[in-house]
Design a protein around this ligand. Structure first.
Ligand code: DP6
Length: 334
């Protein structure tokens, strides 16, 4: 064995959604996006990599199942890492990689984000890759670049064709707004029907909403939500978060053929939250849904007990699980 390493990386939950690519191969987005990074004690990927002269080929296992290492995304990542390596290049070798999520894969819980972030972070450690590596994580899965940092992170869409300016930038570290929690209500942990990759391609090609969203709506929201984060203004943050989630699902619904990620329980949660906020006279919590029915709820920590008891009243039983964003800085770590 020449080298071995184990790293972990956290999940991130977008409040301004990435949806649509301008380059399918090196994953360049049609719009910038912004997310909060979760607590990696709760939702995370752990990846172990071993490099050896005895291995005859690269291998990758995801939750114990062998993946096709020749898939273009894995190859793009491996090639980029090896081209920027400062270590291990003097000896002929291959790597064996094993990656495990402590949460359901492909259930709309951003498993590809923590997965590719962790893969790239561990490879970068092993090969001594310096400088920005978020653009390498982006080659694996767009949303993965945002998991490279804790706190609130934006992915700047960039304008260059080679993607060198399409990178993740930390807007604020976790310490800036530590009393912000995220509750995930797991409505359904089955694999989704339409993957994000397929869904966004179809939306970009057919939804009449895409043009306005990319040209006007998202740039305005990016500016406003960054300001809300800087000022710790939860009212504005929550409003924008829910609006962007609603619009994203509207884009999906106006895709041909239409894509529906939400189910009746998701819509029940949306109504419940709007009614609860209205009764409270302020935004107490804000939902956001990715490409699946599970709800992610952003809320100030002080509202957590009250909001949790509301959900427990409406969803008795054990199909609703809760996770927290927590106060620690969450970045990939060795
Ligand atoms: C709805 O990053 O999974 O979660 O780049 O094709 O791998 P690929 O897509 P992916 O898409 C995530 C879409 C989203 C919104 C978001 O996380 O910004």
């Amino acid at each position: 064995v020449l080298a071995s390493i184990t790293c972990t990386a956290p999940v991130n939950i977008a409040v301004i959604k990435y949806w649509g690519k301008r380059d399918e191969n090196i994953i360049l987005p049609l719009n910038s996006s912004l997310s909060g990074t979760l607590h990696q004690d709760d939702l995370k990927t752990t990846t172990t990599i071993v490099a050896s002269e005895d291995y005859t080929e690269d291998e990758l296992y995801l939750n114990g199942k062998k993946e096709d290492i020749n898939a273009v995304r894995y190859q793009n990542v491996l090639k980029m890492i090896r081209s920027r390596a400062t270590k291990l290049m003097d000896k002929k070798h291959c790597v064996h990689i094993a990656s495990i999520n402590n949460f359901p894969t492909a259930a709309g819980l951003a498993s590809s984000a923590s997965g590719y972030c962790c893969l790239v972070f561990s490879l970068a450690q092993m090969y001594g890759v310096e400088g920005d590596i978020s653009a390498i994580a982006r080659l694996g899965s767009g949303s993965a670049c945002r998991s490279m940092y804790g706190g609130f992170v934006k992915w700047e869409m960039g304008v260059k064709e080679d993607g060198s300016d399409s990178i993740a930038i930390q807007v604020q570290p976790e310490s800036h707004w530590p009393d912000m929690n995220i509750i995930v209500l797991v409505v359904n942990d089955k694999k989704k029907e339409t993957s994000s990759t397929d869904g966004m391609q179809k939306s970009a090609a057919t939804s009449v909403m895409m043009k306005e969203r990319c040209a006007v709506t998202v740039p305005n929201r990016m500016r406003d939500i960054e300001e809300a984060i800087n000022k710790k203004d939860f009212q504005t943050f929550g409003d924008i978060t829910m609006k962007d989630s609603d619009d994203f699902h509207e884009v999906c619904a106006t895709t041909t053929p239409p894509i529906y990620y939400l189910n009746d329980t998701s819509r029940y949660i949306m109504n419940l939250i709007h009614r609860y906020n209205k009764l409270s006279g302020s935004v107490k919590c804000a939902y956001t849904f990715d490409a699946g029915p599970n709800a992610c709820i952003y809320l100030p920590a002080e509202n957590t007990t009250e909001v949790l008891s509301l959900f427990m009243k409406h969803f008795p039983g054990d199909n609703i699980q809760t996770y927290y964003r927590g106060p620690k800085e969450n970045i990939p770590s060795i």
